[in-house]
Design a protein around this ligand. Structure first.
Ligand SMILES: Nc1ncnc2c1ncn2[C@@H]1O[C@H](COP(=O)(O)OP(=O)(O)OP(=O)(O)O)[C@@H](O)[C@H]1O
Ligand SMILES: CC(=O)N[C@H]1[C@@H]2OC[C@@H](O2)[C@@H](O)[C@@H]1O[C@H](C)C(=O)O
Length: 354
């Protein structure tokens, strides 16, 4: 068992999550400290701008290189703030582009600089090998979900409500099915910012005061992504047109409709057998309107992962600690059922401090 730090910065562009676990890449022996270092507003804005330009730049873009250093400094700060002795770091980086159909997925961050600053080996570039093999490159968290669920009744589903939502279904014989399901909070965050100037619909208050526009919702759900079977993955900006579809609605009705859109697209996901339990992580589990919409549509208990003693904010960071050990050991990070890779596929790269 090794003490490993995982670092994840998600699609919401809210900051870097850091967490330590003790693991051998198969089992989890213990959970250590976890924390988040928020991006300062200027970095968040700059990264947001980069997302819009990512398809048109390359890795030598001067603004990109400057941002990559600033971003990595936040990760260095996260490792320092954690203050946990560790043997290895799993560094996801910030996704700025994800187009697996074009063979491209791009997570920025300077792994060699992180290794140099922390004095620790760093596993990084977790998604490229899967995309190169013909997989979706995401989600990669199913390996970690399966380790967490070792003793749970099956089928069980994990649901991550981040900027994008993704689920892992674990069947009776440990079969894994996974995919991004559609929007998580990203559209609702943009809507809330536009109408109330707040970065999210805090506690679902805006949505709670509105009504779902069923016609608009039906139109949104007609997108071909939702009838495609898993595996499938998404870029953050892929459903941005949904904001146009709700633009004629009031602030409250738009929020209610976007919240229903997230829940309904999750419920539409085709699974082999209905899960007995849904375990929810990611910031969206704090939105009671979204959680109730899920309960209304999923016909099974839907609970935050805290009900099993886990930390729903730290889970993705922990995952990249777990995957770092698998990178080092050359173990698969993805399977045909999780990303569509033709076979169990190892991935990631390792850099040692210079
Ligand atoms: N009290 C709350 N009420 C409503 N929404 C909330 C609340 N707290 C957090 N959120 C939502 O959670 C989001 C952050 O979630 P999280 O940190 O899981 O995203 P992420 O890790 O960036 O995304 P991803 O998993 O897609 O990479 C916020 O943008 C917000 O929408
Ligand atoms: C390309 C990319 O960075 N995807 C993220 C994002 O955030 C949630 C969802 O979209 C998921 O596909 C993935 O992250 C998780 C940790 C994963 O790979 O499992």
């Amino acid at each position: 068992m090794r003490r490993v730090i995982g670092l994840m910065s998600g699609t919401s562009l809210d900051g870097v999550d850091a967490a330590l676990i003790e693991t051998d890449g198969e089992r989890i022996a213990s959970f250590g400290t976890a924390l988040t270092i928020p991006y300062d507003p200027a970095l968040r804005t700059a990264l947001r701008g980069l997302l819009d330009r990512a398809a048109h730049i390359d890795a030598t873009d001067p603004e990109l290189l400057q941002l990559e250093r600033r971003l990595t400094d936040v990760h260095v700060a996260a490792v320092a703030a954690l203050g946990e002795p560790a043997a290895l770091i799993g560094f996801h980086g910030q996704t700025i582009l994800h187009r697996p159909g074009e063979g491209r997925t791009w997570q920025i961050g300077d792994a060699a600089y992180l290794a140099h600053r922390t004095g620790l080996p760093v596993a990084y570039d977790f998604r490229s090998a899967d995309v190169a093999a013909g997989g979706e490159g995401a989600p990669l968290v199913p390996a970690y979900h399966a380790a967490l669920a070792a003793r749970l009744e099956r089928p069980v589903a994990f649901l991550n409500l981040g900027g994008v939502a993704n689920l892992t279904w674990i069947g009776p014989d440990d079969a894994l099915i996974a995919c991004d399901t559609g929007p998580g909070n990203a559209l609702l965050d943009d809507w809330a910012m536009r109408h109330t100037g707040t970065p999210c619909d805090t506690d679902g208050r805006l949505a709670a005061s509105g009504r779902v526009d069923e016609a608009v919702l039906t139109g949104l759900l007609a997108h071909p992504f939702f009838s495609r079977p898993a595996p499938k993955s998404l870029d953050r900006l892929q459903f941005h047109a949904a904001l146009d579809a709700v633009s004629g609605l009031s602030a409250a009705d738009g929020a209610a409709t976007l919240t229903a859109f997230t829940a309904a697209s999750i419920a539409m996901t085709i699974l082999a057998e209905r899960p007995k339990h849904w375990l929810v992580c990611g910031g969206g589990r704090r939105n009671p309107v979204l959680m109730q919409a899920l309960r209304d549509r999923l016909h099974a208990p839907v609970e935050a992962v805290e009900s099993l003693g886990w930390d729903g904010d730290a889970l993705e960071a922990q995952c990249f600690a777990f995957l770092a050990v698998r990178v080092e050991a050359g173990l698969p990070l993805s399977w045909p059922g999780t990303t569509g890779a033709p076979e169990p596929t190892p991935g990631g790269r390792l850099v040692r401090p210079s």
